[in-house]
Write a protein that binds this ligand. Sequence first.
Ligand SMILES: Nc1ncnc2c1ncn2[C@@H]1O[C@H](COP(=O)(O)OP(=O)(O)OP(=O)(O)O)[C@@H](O)[C@H]1O
Ligand SMILES: [Mg+2]
Length: 272
Amino acid sequence: MKELIIKDLFVSVEGKMILKGVNLKIENNEMVALLGPNGHGKSTLLNAIMGHPRYKIEQGQILLDGEDITSLDVDVRAKRGLFMAFQNPPEVSGVETMDFYKEMINSHREQDNPVGLFQFYNMLKKGYKEVDLPEDMNTRHLNEGFSGGEKKRNEIMQMRLLNPSLCMLDEIDSGLDVDSIKTISNVINSQKENGTSFLVISHYARLFELIKPTRAAIMINGKIAVDGDASLIQRVDTEGYDWIRKEYGIEVKKEDDKKPVVLETCAVKKVK
Ligand SMILES: Nc1ncnc2c1ncn2[C@@H]1O[C@H](COP(=O)(O)OP(=O)(O)OP(=O)(O)O)[C@@H](O)[C@H]1O
Ligand SMILES: [Mg+2]
C-alpha cells in the first residue's frame, strides 16, 4: 500500500450519525496511533474502512492508492490488503479454527492454486510459535471458550497468515498480560518490517512504547480533533483529554445526544 486517504467521512450506525467528517491519511509503512475517549467513534472508523455492512457511509470517500474503495465489499477490500483485528473477536461455534485459517488463506489465493498441506502446516507452526499459543488450539472452534488474551493472540495469528498491507488493530492489548503485550508487540514490529502500514487503537501508552507509532491522531465527537507526532500519546497518558477542550475549544461530549431510554419503557415492552 502506498497510501490510504479518508476524506470527509460521515458514517451512521442504526440510523445514528457516529462519524461526522473524518479526515485522515496513512502513508506507506507508517504506524498511526488512534486515540480518543470511549464511544467517540474509533472502532466505527476501523469498521467503516474495512467495509462492515452495518456501518453506512453517508458521505465522503476512502481512497486506497488512489482507488475509491468506499463502496467495495469487505471481501474485496481484504483482497486489496486490508485487515482488521476486532476489539471483541466473535466466537464462531461449529467452525474449526484450522478450517477457518485455510479458507481465509485460500480466499486470498487464485482458485486453482490452494495452499499446499505442507506449506499450511509450516505456516501454522511458525505462527503459533510467534504468538505463543499451543498448536492444538487449531482443532478448537474459532474463539469459542478462548480466554480474552487467547482471542487477541488469535487475531494477530490471522494477521501473520494473511500478511496484509494495511493492518488495523482495535485495542489488541486489552485483556493481554504484561508478557503477552511484549510478545504481540514483537510480532507487530516484525510485520511492520515487511512493509505493512498500521492504524492502531489503544487506550494505553504501554503498547505504544513497544511498537513506536510514527504519528498519533485523536478522535473526539466523531472527528479527528488533533493529528500530530507520537508525543501526543504521552500527553494523553498523563493529562487525559481535558487539554483539548482548553486548547482547541472542542467540547468532549460524554452523553449520547439522543433521547435517553427510560427504564419504564423496557418494563412495559412486549417481548416478540
Ligand atoms: N450497532 C450499533 N448500534 C447503535 N449504536 C452503536 C452501534 N455501534 C456503535 N454504536 C455507538 O457509536 C458510538 C461510537 O462507538 P465506537 O465503538 O466507535 O466507539 P469507540 O471510540 O471505539 O469507543 P471505545 O474506546 O469504548 O471502544 C457509541 O456511542 C456506540 O454506542
Ligand atoms: Mg472501540
